[in-house]
Design a protein around this ligand. Structure first.
Ligand code: SF4
Length: 219
């Protein structure tokens, strides 16, 4: 494990917000949180997450629910296609006899992009794979002082390779959550580098303009 990885993991273990989906590796609970957190703030998600689990404590229970009930429980969370997809996926998981056990299987589920599949495979399955969302992309682009748009071409390949290299075999899911947490709390749009546990390794900070990364190229 590199010093950077050890420093960020230590910070995460000490300071991470105690969110309910971080206390479990139950695929149903982790997956539900990932779907709810797409486009929605943590504080908004928390009561919905608790209510959903009280109403449907297992994927089998959710799969057996009526679509109208699921949509009613989702009311207020927005982006209702997520509720439809959630219900569909629950039915599919039950029909296939259970949750995937590796990245390729997660990726094959409808609606599972690279990020979500990586998050589930690492957090639930302990697989050594990255999970690159917008927060992670921003943090890694700054650590590397990455030239170019990390969503495209050579810069994207460089960032993805770096993301994959960093994941420690001993704690892949925790690591992915730690990078996300850094991006969500300290390394936001205006980074607070004075509070950052990995400032010593940050090329963006060393260059004097960390907020200049990631370099987005307008489409
Ligand atoms: Fe982000 Fe600043 Fe930390 Fe670099 S030093 S990772 S820019 S918060």
């Amino acid at each position: 494990m590199t010093s950077l990885v050890a420093a960020l993991l230590a910070w995460y273990r000490e300071t991470a917000r105690p969110l309910p989906w971080r206390a479990t590796t139950d695929p149903y609970r982790v997956w539900l949180s990932e779907v709810m957190l797409q486009q929605t703030q943590v504080t908004t998600v928390l009561p919905y997450y608790a209510r959903f689990l009280a109403q449907w404590p297992t994927v089998e229970a959710l799969a057996a629910a009526a679509r109208d009930e699921v949509l009613a429980a989702w009311q207020g969370l927005g982006y209702y296609r997520r509720a439809h997809a959630l219900h569909e996926t629950a039915r599919l998981v039950v029909a296939r006899g259970g949750w995937p056990t590796e990245l390729a299987e997660w990726r094959a589920l409808p609606g599972f992009g690279e990020y979500t599949a990586g998050a589930l495979a690492s957090i639930v399955g302990g697989e050594r794979v990255p999970a690159v969302d917008g927060n992670v992309e921003r943090v890694l682009a700054r650590l590397l002082a990455l030239e170019g748009d990390p969503a495209r071409g050579a810069a994207r390949a460089t960032l993805r390779a770096y993301a994959a290299d960093l994941v420690p075999a001993e704690a892949p899911g925790e690591w992915n959550q730690a990078v996300m947490e850094l991006g969500a709390t300290v390394c936001g749009r205006q980074p607070r580098c004075g509070e950052c546990p990995v400032a010593a390794w940050c090329a963006g900070l060393a260059g004097g303009t960390p907020a200049a990364y990631p370099q987005r190229v307008p489409r």
